[in-house]
Design a protein around this ligand. Sequence first.
Ligand code: ADP
Ligand code: MG
Ligand code: MG
Length: 867
Amino acid sequence: MAKRVYLFNEGNKDDRELLGGKGANLCEMTSMGLPVPFGFIITTDTCREYFHAGNKLPGLLEQEYRVALDMVEKKMGARFGDPSNPLLFSVRSGAPVSMPGMMNTILNLGLNDEIAAGLAEKTGNARFAYDSYRRFISMFADVVMGVPGEKFEHEIEQYKQANGKELDVDMTAEDWQAIIAIYKTIVDFPEDPFTQLKMAVEAVFQSWHTPRAIFYREMNNIADTLGTAVNVQAMVFGNFGEDSGSGVAFTRNPSTGERQFFGEILFNAAGEDVVAGIRTPLPVEALKERMPEVYDELYRTQELLEKHYRDMQDMEFTIQQGRFYMLQTRSGKRTGRAAVKIAVEMVGENLITEGEALMRVSPEHVEAFLHPTVDPRAKKDIVATGLPASPGGATGEIVFSAEEAEEVAKAGRPVILVRRETTPEDIHGMKVAAGILTELGGMTSHAAVVARGMGVCAITGCGSLSINYADGIATTEDGVEMKRGDTITLDGTSGEVMLGDIPKAEASSSDDFQTLLSWADKHRRLKVRANAETPEDAAKAIELGAEGIGLCRTEHMFFEAERIEKMRAMILSETKKERKKYLKELRKFQRDDMFELFKVMDGLPVTIRLLDPPLHEFLPHGEDDMQALAKAVDKPVEKVREITESLSEVNPMLGFRGCRLSIMFPEITEMQVQAIMSAAADAVEAGYKAMPEIMIPLVVNVREIRMITEIIDKGVQKVLRERLVSVPYKVGTMMETPRATLGADRLAPEVEFMSFGTNDLTQMTYGFSRDDVGKFIPSYIEKKLVEDDPFVTLDQRAVGRLMEMAVSESRKVKKGIKYGICGEHGGDPRSIRFCHNLGLDYVSCSPFRVPIARIAAAQAHVEQQDD
Ligand code: ADP
Ligand code: MG
Ligand code: MG
């Protein structure tokens, strides 16, 4: 049987999988010689064993951990369950992947009446002993026995009111004893410390399956099967008196990324008080004044840890009677701006390599550079200021609960979630909120940490607000009332709360971000192109680093007022002659548009897809519009209706569209090709370098390609002969039907490039109509019938398999044929990694995704090199 229990001196930081992140780091810090209260870890394997056995602890487990427990007693010089010299434990969860605050922790375990009295006696600090005891009872009752924590808080509130006490620090030993007596009428908990321990271990295992933990894993793509370890650690006490305290610190600023030690502390308080955000803590500099040596030790420790881990650390520490203890360290969660700044600066400090820096930045982080910020010149009506917990600007309607937030967001209106503090239960509301505002809690409170992780703007610790949930009003110090439904603006970068909708500036780049992107370009093999039709989008794409257009959907050019009329007339034409007349007019528009695009893209390839949608998409359906159209094309309305009806289809996405249009109406294709090539020739004559790549959509076999390339070649030759200029051009095909991918070896010899249209390919591989999946995909995901929406993240198993076959088969017959992807997946980092590994030449995505795609492509390359 594998070892189930590890002492803190038996593991290291690489044991995350087995010991959980927290446990592995406690071991690492122990071996670094840092002051970590000793303890042991029950492995994640044991957790899985527990689940497999139908939630039963392995028979030998208690024996095993009792051996470890003896060692801890020896090291700590105290005994678990011994009233004359009691040792208390914290029992903490800790998964392989950090899930802060999502699972359970039980503190001060090992107390009962007799032992609490003994603790009071031994320490000579009765107030501390009974404060700890009452904390233990409520925590144990809540976490292990399922008695809601509010019940206990409520009793304290009542007691305080009845006895004229305001704060926790006003409570004496006798007060806490009175509270304990009341608690004992609410809950009947086990007196025996070993029973307590066993139940706590089980409760930690079970907290893996709480709804909030499950939700968190879903949101962060963490596997359900990992399980949690249990850390059983000797307690140290920040609530021992004024020479004690607890705090949280970051080695660099987690909001801005600046290289500046940063933390918060509460004196005479347990660590849970800081994390829960129930009291607003002091900046850690307060420690420097009160206990300079301890501050120095903390400072040295953070320096040491950052160098050791080569990453920004988020640490929890406790001071008991002037002695410093480390309780946790982990890679700190950070905002996007901070992530980029830290990664870039650490390369400069020779801590990490460029490749490592790239791996440290997630797509979400990059998105932060695209967040709006409140225009500083427009700021007015600042009614309150809190802590700048998560940057960015947000405007929305005030709501006071997560449920309301979901409702309003569902109705399509932006919301600001206003809470006294937040708890993990509020996550579903925080997720949909544009911004979060809390009265209590510091920069490291739940609200702050979660908001930063989600990239949602947040202000915490806004103590000048008083919030009345019942009436739905938040009142400022000056008596300004903000009611449910009122619009306010938050500036999460400055911490200011403003009335009304304040203008926000577009997201801005930074030097660090540009540096990182330049590294991405250096470290990637995949090219990144953009999907764009308008010169504006094309310019944006270039600005964001696109290396060409991978998809220009020509139909988008026909929807403007004057053009749609000609388009409709063309579609309604009853003879070739009539149709050609309108096509000629359309050609002019198309040529002008393409000319503009070639100008912007000067020297970069532009992939132009031939007309793709079913024609009825261009036609009006209302009676009035039909009348107007009849007049415009000079046909009786009955005729218009008849043609329209004849074009309607039962399954339009599988109907008369794509290259099938070119087969039936070659003159449309002729028109498009002539427009494209004339525009290219115009551009060349005007001194630009046009590089058109004409792409045939929805192909199913090689005969289609042959027939259409003949039309294309004729059109091209006609223009080029007339113009006497040379334009380099390519002809290629989309790969978006299963049949095309399966016959790729037949198609490849006929074309110069191939581009996966993974939207259609996914649709046809699954048989899921892309426009109707909304009705069932959410349930599919929830019921775990699919892992992700296949239209968001490429399905590697089947769609990916088709792609893989297509690439290898076509490269067999045509070495090095250019391959790209232009579906929505081209901007999805996981799909990009797959495309890299597949050996594609480029991905194409919407202009705003280009920076993300550049980084994702680099990450894929770095990862591959590391393997
Ligand atoms: P989380 O994963 O939610 O951060 P932790 O396991 O870190 O949960 O525990 C929550 C808090 O309990 C910590 O912030 C710390 O202050 C306190 N705590 C945990 N272990 C101990 C201990 N051995 N002694 C004193 N306080 C502890
Ligand atoms: Mg913690
Ligand atoms: Mg398509």
